[in-house]
Write a protein that binds this ligand. Structure first.
Ligand SMILES: Nc1ncnc2c1ncn2[C@@H]1O[C@H](COP(=O)(O)OP(=O)(O)OP(=O)(O)O)[C@@H](O)[C@H]1O
Ligand SMILES: [Mg+2]
Length: 269
C-alpha cells in the first residue's frame, strides 16, 4: 500500500531562528534562458523582506519557487530548515498551510461576494462551522479596515479595496509566512500608502514573515526591514534599507538612481 509520506525532517545544519526561509543554489531555466542562476537568499523571520529588481529579472519566478508552485532545476529552499524541493504534492500541500499569498492582480472571484471570497479558504481547508466562518470573515474584514462589506461584489470595489480583500483572504487561515507579489501595482499614492500601512500592521500584529516583491521604491524604503536586489539570476545585494541605500554595487546604485530614490546623475530612458 502507498502511504503518504510525512514531511521531511528539518536539516539542523541550515535551520536558523533568525531566518525562516533560506534558499541555496536555486537555478531555473526556461528552455535556453537561465532565469535564476544559483541564487542564495535568507529571509528574516517576523520581518518585512522586500525583493526589488527590474522587470523580467525573475522576481515572480523566485516567489513561485518559495511558495512551492514551481520546481527548480537545482538548489534548495528551506522553510524552517525543511527543504521544499524534494517534496511530493501531498507533503507540499501540508506545508502550504503556513503560507498566505497576495497576487499581483488581486485575483478575487468576480462571481462571488466578498464574504464568499474570504470564506472560500476556510470552507476548503478547515472544519469550522458556518457561525465560526461568519465570525472569522467579520474579524478579518475589520483587520483590513473594511468592516461590513461582506455582501458586495469585487466589481463594486475600488482597486485599493480589492487589494485589501485579497489580503483579508490571504490572512484568514492565519499563515506564518505572507507572500505579496507587487501588492500596490496600479494604485494611486494614497491607496498605495494604505496598502503599505496594512502590510506593516499585519506583519506586526500577526507576527508573520512577510516576503514582498515590489517595483515601488518609495514603498520599499518606507516599510522594509530588509531589502534584496535580484539581478542576473542572483541576489546581488541584501541588507537593511540603509545598507542598500549605501550600497556600492553598480547595479544597485543604477537601479536606485533610475527609480529616483538616489539623486539622478543622468536621465536614463
Ligand atoms: N512559465 C514560464 N515559461 C517560460 N518563461 C517564463 C515562465 N515564467 C517566467 N518566464 C520568464 O522568466 C523571466 C522572469 O519572469 P518573472 O515573471 O519572474 O519576472 P519579474 O521580475 O517578476 O518581472 P515583472 O517585474 O515584470 O513582474 C521572464 O523572462 C519570463 O519571460
Ligand atoms: Mg513579476
Amino acid at each position: 500500500m502507498n502511504y503518504p509520506l510525512p514531511p521531511p525532517e528539518a536539516n539542523p545544519a541550515i535551520r536558523d531562528e533568525r531566518f525562516q526561509i533560506r534558499v541555496r543554489g536555486l537555478t531555473k531555466r526556461f528552455k535556453e534562458q537561465t532565469v535564476l542562476d544559483e541564487l542564495d537568499l535568507d529571509l528574516e523571520r517576523g520581518k518585512i523582506n522586500i525583493i526589488i529588481g527590474g522587470s523580467g529579472q525573475g522576481k515572480s519566478v523566485t516567489m513561485k519557487h518559495l511558495m512551492g508552485l514551481v520546481k527548480p532545476d537545482a538548489g534548495h529552499i528551506y522553510v524552517d530548515g525543511v527543504d521544499l524541493v524534494p517534496m511530493s504534492d501531498y507533503q507540499m500541500n501540508k506545508i502550504r498551510h503556513k503560507f498566505g499569498m497576495v497576487f499581483q492582480y488581486a485575483a478575487l472571484f468576480d462571481s462571488m461576494t466578498v464574504y464568499e471570497n474570504i470564506a472560500f479558504p476556510l470552507i476548503e481547508h478547515t472544519r469550522k462551522s458556518r457561525k465560526e466562518i461568519r465570525e472569522a470573515v467579520t474579524e478579518v474584514l475589520q483587520s483590513v479596515d473594511l468592516p461590513g462589506i461582506e455582501h458586495k461584489f469585487p466589481s463594486e470595489l475600488s482597486g485599493g479595496m480589492r487589494k485589501r480583500v485579497g489580503l483579508a483572504r490571504a490572512i484568514v487561515l492565519k499563515p506564518e509566512i505572507l507572500f505579496y507579489d507587487e501588492p500596490t501595482t496600479g494604485l494611486d499614492p494614497v491607496a498605495t500608502k494604505n496598502v503599505d500601512d496594512l502590510i506593516a500592521h499585519i506583519n506586526h500584529t500577526l507576527h508573520v514573515t512577510s516576503v514582498v516583491i515590489s517595483h515601488d521604491m518609495a514603498s520599499t524604503f518606507r516599510i522594509a526591514h530588509r531589502v534584496g536586489m535580484l539581478w542576473g539570476g542572483k541576489i546581488i545585494d541584501i541588507g537593511t534599507p540603509q545598507e542598500i541605500l549605501a550600497s556600492t554595487h553598480p547595479r544597485v546604485v543604477e537601479f536606485l538612481e533610475v527609480s529616483g530614490i538616489l539623486g539622478r546623475k543622468e536621465t536614463v530612458a
